[in-house]
Design a protein around this ligand. Structure first.
Ligand SMILES: [Zn+2]
Length: 259
């Protein structure tokens, strides 16, 4: 019995070590079981699921506007070579999200609510940062780890050491979890990272970073005005995130003016 317990603990430690990586952009350690090489397939699979069930615009004037802003920011990001795709979802919902591999959606109401390119760039920059920082894969890995903890360590070892099995699992997750990626709230750490990196990117792309503060103040006003827009259930806004942005504004502005 002792030997089994020791072995189990040893294998669990090995598995966790193999999955903890240091993010190249932020330096933060992340627990991610999905290899970066799977991000593109996972995101494509999930986006195809979304397209089957929702009204996705790729050619409308608003979609073209989102694509123009998105490509400009992605081009100066830390990963311009992701298979970026920017779409508008024709629903009266204040929301936006990013799938692994750089698949980004902005809902029609969000496009309508933020009429200046700068404010929309703050939304899109934030989502681009989520994709580059692999927050979707991190979230999915956490959910997976919880499931695997229930299923047992044996399953965890099988899933993480067999490359083929892992790849199959990632693709299956993509099909099943399109809604999961979209609806799972990000952690506070992920939100603050996406704000920071996203605002840096928008400034480098030539959009005034002060618009990010305007965006979140408007979001706060909408929240206080009653109702809970969808974006705010996955992107909780509070005074702290606005303070954080304001405290680093001189850094963002120097990137904006330096270009
Ligand atoms: Zn976010």
């Amino acid at each position: 019995m002792m030997r089994v317990r020791h072995l189990t603990a040893f294998i669990a430690a090995l598995t966790l070590t193999a999955c903890v990586t240091t993010n190249e952009v932020t330096g933060r350690s992340q627990f991610i079981t999905i290899p970066p090489s799977q991000d593109a397939a996972l995101g494509l699979e999930a986006m195809n699921e979304v397209k089957k069930t929702t009204d996705v615009e790729t050619d409308s004037p608003d979609a073209k506007r989102v694509q123009r802003i998105g490509r400009r920011i992605a081009a100066i990001s830390d990963n311009p070579n992701l298979p970026w795709e920017f779409v508008v979802i024709d629903e009266d919902v204040l929301n936006a999200w990013a799938l692994p591999g750089g698949k980004i959606a902005v809902y029609q109401k969000m496009v309508d609510s933020f009429e200046t390119d700068e404010e929309l760039a703050a939304v899109i920059g934030h989502e681009i940062a989520h994709a580059i920082l692999r927050h979707g894969a991190e979230q999915m890995s956490r959910a997976q780890a919880q499931n695997l903890a229930i299923a047992g360590v044996g399953a965890a070892v099988g899933a993480t050491t067999e490359d083929g099995q892992m790849a199959q699992m990632a693709v299956t997750l993509g099909a099943l979890a399109a809604q999961g990626f979209v609806q799972l709230p990000h952690s506070r750490a992920m939100e603050l990272e996406a704000d920071d990196v996203g605002t840096l990117y928008m400034a480098r792309a030539g959009y005034d970073p002060r618009a990010a503060v305007r965006l979140w103040k408007k979001m706060r006003a909408m929240k206080e005005g009653g109702g809970q827009p969808a974006f705010l259930s996955t992107h909780p806004t509070d005074d702290k995130r606005i303070q954080r942005l304001e405290s680093k504004m001189s850094t963002y502005l120097s990137e904006y003016k330096a270009r």
